[in-house]
Design a protein around this ligand. Structure first.
Ligand SMILES: Nc1ncnc2c1ncn2[C@@H]1O[C@H](COP(=O)(O)OP(=O)(O)O)[C@@H](O)[C@H]1O
Ligand SMILES: [Mg+2]
Length: 398
């Protein structure tokens, strides 16, 4: 029988694991192997198995030829028998269904051939995971004890700095917390978390919603991408979606699934009122209410709080974050506190470093950690990590 194997032993990665490409079609196989410079090539799973070096971690990249019920079944059997093997699917088109089948077959990831999310990144990530662990980690370990805390970043107005605060507080928390911190972009229309973090959206909230709909909570947990800071990110869809594309129960379900594996789940909210926004505010442990230090913003916040009856729904969970809070502005913080009935314990100064970091696609707390704005954001992160401190810092004024 003709063998397609061009290298006897699996390609040797530099980082303590091997890489192999498995695809029956010659041209596709070559293309994949070229993309992954040091990968071995096999036409069949049998060939791969013959060349496995016992116990040595290996990332096995399966080409489009394995996207079929039979293909998934074979990969499933293989991953079940070889815990040292991490499977990645490289597919022509990535639908939620294909992704789900791939992950059910025991794969650790699925990426689009020639797509934006690089195959390299995925292989590196899986390889490092394998090299660093001896046991198979199918999904992130469920934490023992209580579920993680749900923090929503909310305002009644756009452009006040919700997303900037959500990503920077998320990054600052991820750097300090021993437990995973996940950031969910719930702004289905204008979600820009992935742009601000310089992280290409790979799987999105919509995929997570589809998985939640099937009741596949393990899949929900595997969909987030890891930012260099350690923050796990579930971005919004690239194409703007109607705000009712996700049902309130689904959004809360996604967050609950993530709370099972994370110490904190932070949600960047849209600036609209809808059912899922309300459901998230109700489900949250901490509500960061972001206001900008200008009259329209505070007026808006006041009206929004009354309309939503936020005091009743979220009273003790509310923490006022006053953005652009500088002495230069002629608004009295005491007056704002009086109008809103909240203590302004989290002022965030206006700083040119913020728009600069936004344009650079890097959070300001990493880009310019010594800037006063970064210190202010760090303080919020620290308070959220210590719930009793957050409670002292928030709530309604007496
Ligand atoms: N503290 C700040 N200092 C300077 N600019 C800021 C600050 N916070 C936010 N911005 C700017 O305001 C813009 C809008 O912020 P963003 O977080 O996108 O608001 P939202 O999510 O509420 O719509 C950003 O492009 C950012 O550059
Ligand atoms: Mg935003």
């Amino acid at each position: 029988m003709e063998s397609f194997a061009t290298v006897a032993a699996p390609g040797v990665g530099t980082a303590g694991y091997d890489v192999a490409v498995i695809e029956p079609e010659h041209v596709l196989r070559t293309r994949l192997a070229v993309e992954l410079a040091e990968a071995a090539q096999y036409a069949t799973i049998e060939e791969l198995v013959q060349n496995l070096r016992s116990g040595r971690p290996i990332v096995a990249v399966f080409g489009p030829g394995f996207v079929s019920p039979m293909g998934f079944q074979h990969v499933h059997r293989l991953t079940g028998m070889h815990p040292e093997l991490g499977a990645v699917f490289a597919v022509a088109e990535l639908s939620t269904e294909v992704l789900q089948q791939a992950l059910r077959a025991g794969a650790r990831d699925a990426v689009v051939l020639g797509g934006e999310a690089s195959l390299h990144q995925s292989v590196d990530r899986v390889g490092e995971l394998l090299a660093g662990t001896t046991t198979r980690v199918q999904t992130p370990a469920t934490r023992v004890g209580d579920p993680g805390r749900l923090v929503v970043v909310f305002s009644t107005k756009g452009g006040v700095g919700k997303t900037c605060i959500a990503i920077n507080v998320g990054v600052a928390m991820a750097k300090r917390s021993p437990d995973p911190v996940v950031l969910v972009d719930a702004d289905l229309q204008f979600g820009d978390v992935s742009v601000m973090l310089g992280l290409p959206p790979h799987h999105t909230v919509l995929d997570a919603a589809a998985a939640a709909q099937y009741g596949d909570m393990e899949l929900v947990q595997t969909l987030s991408a890891r930012h260099e800071s350690g923050l796990l990110v579930l971005p919004a869809p690239i194409e703007p979606m109607p705000t009712d594309a996700i049902l309130p129960g689904e959004m809360v379900g996604i967050c609950n699934a993530l709370q099972a594996i994370a110490g904190h789940v932070i949600v960047d909210m849209p600036s609209v009122f809808n059912d899922y926004v309300l459901a998230l505010v109700e489900a949250a442990d901490d509500v960061l209410l972001v206001g900008s230090m200008d009259i329209p913003s505070i007026k808006n916040l006041k009206i929004g709080m009354q309309t939503l009856d936020l005091g009743a729904i979220a009273g003790s969970k509310l923490r006022l974050v006053l953005n652009h809070a500088n002495a230069k502005v002629k608004l009295d913080v005491k007056e704002i506190e009086r109008v809103l009935g909240l203590s302004a314990n989290f002022p965030v100064p206006d700083d040119l470093a913020v728009p600069m970091s936004v344009n650079a696609g890097r959070p300001v707390v990493l880009e310019d950690p010594k800037a006063p704005v970064s210190r202010a954001l760090d303080r919020i992160a620290e308070a959220l990590l210590s719930p009793s401190a957050a409670r002292r810092a928030g709530g309604r004024r007496r």
